[in-house]
Write a protein that binds this ligand. Sequence first.
Ligand code: NAD
Ligand code: 6OD
Length: 498
Amino acid sequence: MTAASAPPVATAKTERLHFIDGAYTAGNSGKMYDVFNPVDGSIICRVHEAGPAEVDAAVKAARAALSGEWGRLSVADRCDLLYQVADEINRRFDAFLDAEIADTGKPAAMARMIDIPRGAANFKVFADTIKTIPTESFHLDTPDGEGAVNYAVRVPKGVIGVIAPWNLPLLLMTWKVGPALTCGNTVVVKPSEQTPSTTTLLGEVMNAVGMPKGVFNVVHGFGPDSAGEYLTRHPGVDAITFTGETKTGEEIMKAAAKGVRDVSFELGGKNPSIIFADCDFEKAVEGTLRSVFSNCGQQCLSTERVYVERPIFDAFVSRMKAGAEAMKIGAPYEKGTELGPLISQAHREKVLSYYRRAVEDGASVVTGGGVPKMPGDLDNGYWIEPTIWTGLADDSAVMRDEIFGPCCHIRPFDTEEEVVALANDTPYGLACAIWTADASRVHRMVRRVEAGIIWVNSWFLRDLRTPFGGSKQSGIGREGGVHSLEFYTELRNVCVKI
Ligand code: NAD
Ligand code: 6OD
């Protein structure tokens, strides 16, 4: 978000610096921008924007670190350091919590339960995984009868460029940095311009545990013509891992083409939830409410399309309406807050444009559709009502575009065949939730629904050892467990003649 579109309130309290070669620096670009608190529109901090020189310095530091002390550590010693990073995040839990909440406005209960613990866990899980990952070995018969032995070794890819989004800033950044470092790479991270704080704080953690200089670097700024583009175009970056919008992924892919660099992409979604009449009704309502509204709908995995088998359609809509209307909208630390604001004024404008479009396209507004009146300064924040529609045509933009807000459309269906076709009628293929008591139906459907992640009678239950990623325009590749280690390492085959 730019200064021009923010309410003119408050003054800057702190600055966010780059973290390059183990030291904080303002750099020399001379450019700064403000970050706004989504809760009340006040300025949280001023951020130094990296120019090409700062990005170059960060990439050079990362490259130098590959062949320094870091490159010589044993896997066990590397993993020990990463365990210490996790422990240090937990020791500084409240600092990370406050910083994440200030940048995002999300409910403290959510950040306390999910964002910060996952930020720490992301450093432990991959350290555990790498200790057990095998590589292949083959005996080759040769004409002289002696043979040869082939075996593969795993080596780091090199300098990894990490481009992160704003919706789960610490969680999604460490989800890449954890495995990248576990595998012996070094990283240059460009956090979202809207949520620079927890990534900046991680530099302090790295120094506190004695991480060698240059292993973890942070540059701040925007995407195009700024730090994001300078980083992804930098020839010293060996591979790029990105989480964000599909359109941004297309731009980054073009940048990565120069030098034929590898990419791992976690992109947008327009996720369906499918509710069969034989489901556990209460659990399906509770799970669907969570999948639509948690983090104010700002999750790639959020449900925006709900398909309900006709016999329970009316009852389901009515329970979803009651659930949405009972949600407590409020400040992050207020007791019982379930719904925070959207990330920015600009994002609220985008989501509201879909609220208007739904009405223009003939939707029945079951609940919401507007902006709530908030008390005092909170009214300057980017609040929005949780919203549910019915009655839209399947080709409405509201049904096809990723909105990334607290809203969903609910539509009835009659047969399994029909609902599979509806669920797949999208360019995206990230996640799908299926609610049913029929196990055979589940096994049939999971082979036909086009999504990288399918939850059955649940939503966003995460096991970090499992493959995570999207089909179609929702991504390239899988991360999680050994799949992360596949992306962050290069396999080298060695053939030894006996
Ligand atoms: P975004 O694509 O606008 O920005 C993400 C990051 O990319 C930011 O750091 C931004 O500065 C940078 N960027 C933008 N243009 C760039 C360019 N040309 N070159 C290099 N970097 C560039 O996404 P966002 O708004 O921050 O996040 C929301 C989006 O992320 C949604 O579409 C959501 O679905 C997606 N997302 C996907 C997953 C997943 O796992 N599939 C997870 C979280 C978010
Ligand atoms: O849980 C994860 O590992 C993950 N990548 C979640 C993504 C959430 C999207 O907003």
